[in-house]
Ligand binder design. Sequence first.
Ligand code: GLP
Length: 262
Amino acid sequence: MEVIITKDSSSASAKAADLVAKAVRTKPDSVLGLATGGTPVELYKRLINMHKNEGLDFSKVRTFNLDEYIGLKPTDKQSYNFFMRENFFDHVNIPRENINIPDGMAADIPGFCSEYEEKIRRAGGIDLQILGIGSDGHIGFNEPTSSLASRTRIKTLTQKTVDDNARFFNGDKSLVPLHVITMGIGTIMDAKTIVLLAFGANKAEAVSKMIEGPVASMVPASALQLHPRAKVFIDRAASGKLVNTGYYDWVFERKPEWQKDI
Ligand code: GLP
């Protein structure tokens, strides 16, 4: 796991955006795994700017979103489908047919989940997966004790995640759906490259367990320790509970020239 601590969330988002742009320029039909939440919003803004001002072309890109609430329609403002259109898809040139988001209204949820897995396989797998992290260490909606080998499936949210995400539902916890569809940890781990972003002191505990704690299903993000190419971009506040920060900075400052833009 490569840990990159930046002075603020903006510089972390800029570095992550450069990485995504490079992937798309190198492989125009890249398969991107996308995340929702407050964290990746600036990354999406920067990609939109690159599309508008630097000709970054998404016309062949294919995307798979991590997760969706069950029972919300794509037109519901709190759905991840709506979020993605508003924050990214409506502003870049990804063809609609290349966009995949779990269907929270699917009548046959297990059937939908195996088809989603099959679609990812048929696309050749995810080249680059963007992730945030929940304050309880979840990735996607894989809550603590999720199997580290899990695939796309239904999950039930913890009270903590309901509380955290209520801010997107006008603060009304009773409106947050309890059930969700999420890529599994095994699905996420199959991505060729993983880029995780985490900002703010509220994430410091989860970040320290993810990076320096044992690999454990109680901290789903700790599975990334087993990934061959996982990059974690965090701001100073989110790095607050790490022990080894000196080493992460030392490594970053001394990267060999050839490794700098990878
Ligand atoms: C939700 C999403 C996750 C996201 C997490 C953190 O639970 N399912 O993908 O990483 O929230 O969200 P935020 O970035 O708003 O802190």
